[in-house]
Design a protein around this ligand. Structure first.
Ligand code: MG
Length: 156
């Protein structure tokens, strides 16, 4: 078994779609980034790459590469799954914590879980997605951005 942790942050700005965990969430503000800025999928990918000892998404999908401009992070997660399969790993379990003061994410979590399990060729019982606010404290609490932690166990 191999364990990995991923952490990511993106800034919230007007005029962007809010993509989280591979699904669009209704919100007047969205996350800024070179790709679709899906902070959840980015943390998940970093956790998996960490578990495999393969660095991070910045190394595999650099934001200086125009091929990744505006890219759907689900495409990148599919590439990470290919690396997992080539190296002989499958998902043990994944636990994700999204830190966001707004919007309220509880209604969207089941869809995220479904999409992520599907993208990782895994059962939904191996994927847990939760969201918390930070009680108004810090940059997440001020609504300036969204952060996400992911911990993954891979089995070979
Ligand atoms: Mg990111």
């Amino acid at each position: 078994m191999r364990i990995g942790h991923g952490y990511d942050v993106h800034r919230l700005v007007p005029g962007r779609r809010l993509m989280l965990g591979g699904v669009e969430v209704m919100s007047p503000v969205g996350l800024l980034g070179h790709s679709d800025a899906d902070v959840v999928l980015h943390a998940v990918m970093d956790a998996i790459l960490g578990a495999m000892g393969k660095g991070d998404i910045g190394r595999h999908f650099p934001d200086t590469d125009p091929r990744y401009s505006g890219i759907d992070s689900k495409v990148l997660l599919s590439k990470v799954l290919q690396m997992m399969v080539i190296d002989g790993y499958r998902l043990g379990n994944l636990d994700v914590t999204i830190i966001a003061q707004r919007p309220r994410l509880a209604p969207d979590l089941p869809r995220m879980k479904n999409v992520i399990a599907h993208l990782l060729a895994s059962g939904e019982e191996r994927v847990n997605i939760k969201a918390t606010t930070e009680e108004g404290l810090g940059f997440t609490g001020a609504g300036d951005g969204i952060a996400c932690h992911a911990v993954v166990l891979l089995e070979d």
